[in-house]
Every structure is written in C-alpha cells, then in structure tokens.
Design a binder for this molecule. Structure first.
Ligand code: DQA
Length: 144
C-alpha cells in the first residue's frame, strides 16, 4: 500500500516565492509540492500538501492524518511554531509521527523564534536548508 505523507503548512507560507525571498528563497509552495511529489513517487509514497493561515485547520489536519492512517506528517507551522500550545497538544495527541520543518534556521534568527512548541512534541526537526528541508524530511519519513 502506498504510504501517504501529509505536508502541512501554516500562516504566510502561501506567499512563498514573494515573501522575504532572501530568507525563504524563490520557490513557491507549488514548486515545493512538485519537487516533493516526484521525490515521494521515487520512494513509493504519495504526498498530500496543504496550507492554511488558520491554526484550527492545522489541528484538524493533524487529527485527520491519524484517522486516515498517514505514514507521517511534515509540519511547517510558520509562526505558530513559536506560540501554539494547541499544536503541541495536537502532535502529542496523535500517534502519527510528526517531523518539524523550516526553510530558515530559526535559531539563527530573532530570539522569539528560538522557542518551538512544535519541536517539543515532534519526532525530529529539519531546518535551514530552504526548500530542501522538506526533501530531507521526506527522506527521513520514508525510513520510519
Ligand atoms: C518558518 C520560520 C518561522 O519562524 C516563520 O514564522 C515562518 C517560516 C520557516 O519555514 O523558516 O513563517 O517556519
């Protein structure tokens, strides 16, 4: 059976490509989806990539990942990473492994980005490699 990987993206990531390209690069979320689809197919997996600016959608999709039996979730929660105890609780509430993903390396940036509620609950974190952070996380998910 094909393994499904949920790739969940939080606030402002719909603006990738336009948004602070010196920090986040020039790839759009659609570009990243295309790259991941090809890579997932090579690994015998399928991705389901979504984006929302609303915290509750991300929580619902985490629950859904478990209920449909997804193999893993790659989660770039954007700024909710640093604020959302509700996301921390949601990750802890499901058995589906969650890998935290960031394009930038939050630890090299402002102090307020150094706290990660997502990272406290996630299995692991990939950050700082631009769009390639998602690719590395996908490879890691394939081996789980
Ligand atoms: C981000 C890092 C967060 O600090 C920021 O709020 C984002 C993007 C990243 O992918 O580098 O929106 O998650």
């Amino acid at each position: 059976m094909t393994k499904i990987i949920y790739v969940l993206n939080g606030p402002n990531l719909n603006l990738l490509g336009l948004r602070e390209p010196e920090v986040y690069g020039h790839d759009t979320l659609d570009d990243i989806a295309g790259q991941l689809e090809d890579r997932a197919a090579d690994l015998g997996m399928e991705i389901d990539l979504r984006q929302s600016n609303h915290e509750g959608h991300l929580i619902d999709w985490l629950h859904e990942a478990q209920s449909i039996g997804a193999h893993a979730v790659l989660l770039n929660a954007g700024a909710f990473t640093h604020t959302s105890i509700a996301l921390y609780d949601a990750i802890r509430a499901i058995r589906t492994p969650v890998i935290e993903v960031h394009l930038s390396n939050p630890h090299r940036r402002e102090e307020f980005r150094h706290v990660s509620w997502v990272g406290r609950a996630a299995l692991g974190t990939v950050s700082g490699f631009g769009a390639e952070s998602y690719g590395v996380a996908l490879e890691a998910a394939a081996r789980l």
